[in-house]
Design a protein around this ligand. Structure first.
Ligand SMILES: CC(C)(COP(=O)(O)OP(=O)(O)OC[C@H]1O[C@@H](n2cnc3c(N)ncnc32)[C@H](O)[C@@H]1OP(=O)(O)O)[C@@H](O)C(=O)NCCC(=O)NCCS
Length: 147
C-alpha cells in the first residue's frame, strides 16, 4: 500500500469515489459540488492532515481526513472521515488506514484521537479492534429544523 498527503490534484478522484460510495451504497444524495465542498473544507482547515491510500496496482482505495486540535493539556487529532471505496471494503484496507493514521498522528506529537462514529455493530467492532471506546463524559447535542 502507498499513502500520501491529499493534494488538490487528487481531489477530483476522491470526490467522485466518495459520491459513488455514499450515493450507491448508503442512500446518500451528494452532488459533486457538495462533496467537493465537504472534502475541500476539511482539507484546507488549519492543521489538517488528510491521507490517501493506494493499493499496489496504483488504484486509489480510500482516504482519511481530519485536523489537529489544541487543548490546554493535550494535542489531539479529530478524524472527520474515513472511507474505503466501493469494492475495496472488507479486505483489511480500513484497518491499514487506521494504523497509518495513528502512526502519523503520533509522529506529529498528538496523543489523542477522537471522532464521531456511526453507532452500529460493524463500526464498534472495527474501532474496538484498535482500542477505541465510546466516551461517557460527553454526548452530542444538536438541533435540527426544516428550512
Ligand atoms: C468503516 C470502514 C472504513 C472499514 O473499512 P474496511 O476496509 O471495510 O475495514 P477492514 O476490512 O479493515 O475491517 C472490517 C472489519 O469489520 C468487520 N465487519 C464488516 N462488516 C461487519 C458487520 N456488518 N458487522 C460487524 N463487523 C463487520 C470485518 O469482519 C472486519 O473485522 P475483522 O478484521 O475482525 O475481520 C469501511 O467499512 C467504510 O469505508 N465504510 C463507509 C464509511 C464509514 O462508515 N466510515 C466511518 C464513519 S464513522
Amino acid at each position: 500500500m502507498r499513502y500520501n498527503d491529499m493534494t488538490e490534484n487528487e481531489l477530483d478522484e476522491v470526490v467522485n469515489k466518495y459520491i459513488e460510495y455514499y450515493n450507491n451504497c448508503e442512500d446518500g444524495c451528494w452532488t459533486y459540488e457538495k462533496a467537493y465542498k465537504r472534502i475541500h473544507q476539511v482539507m484546507t482547515t488549519e492543521d489538517s492532515m488528510c491521507l490517501v491510500q493506494y493499493d499496489d496496482e496504483g488504484s486509489m482505495t480510500g482516504f482519511v481526513m481530519g485536523y489537529f486540535k489544541q487543548y490546554d493539556d493535550i494535542l489531539g487529532y479529530f478524524l472527520e472521515e474515513i472511507v474505503v471505496f466501493s469494492g475495496y471494503q472488507g479486505k483489511g484496507y480500513g484497518s491499514l488506514l487506521m494504523t497509518k493514521l495513528e502512526e502519523k498522528v503520533k509522529e506529529m506529537g498528538a496523543n489523542h484521537l477522537e471522532f464521531l462514529s456511526v453507532n452500529d455493530e460493524h463500526h464498534s467492532h472495527f474501532y474496538g479492534k484498535f482500542g477505541y471506546y465510546a466516551a461517557d463524559n460527553f454526548r452530542i447535542m444538536g438541533k435540527h429544523w426544516e428550512m
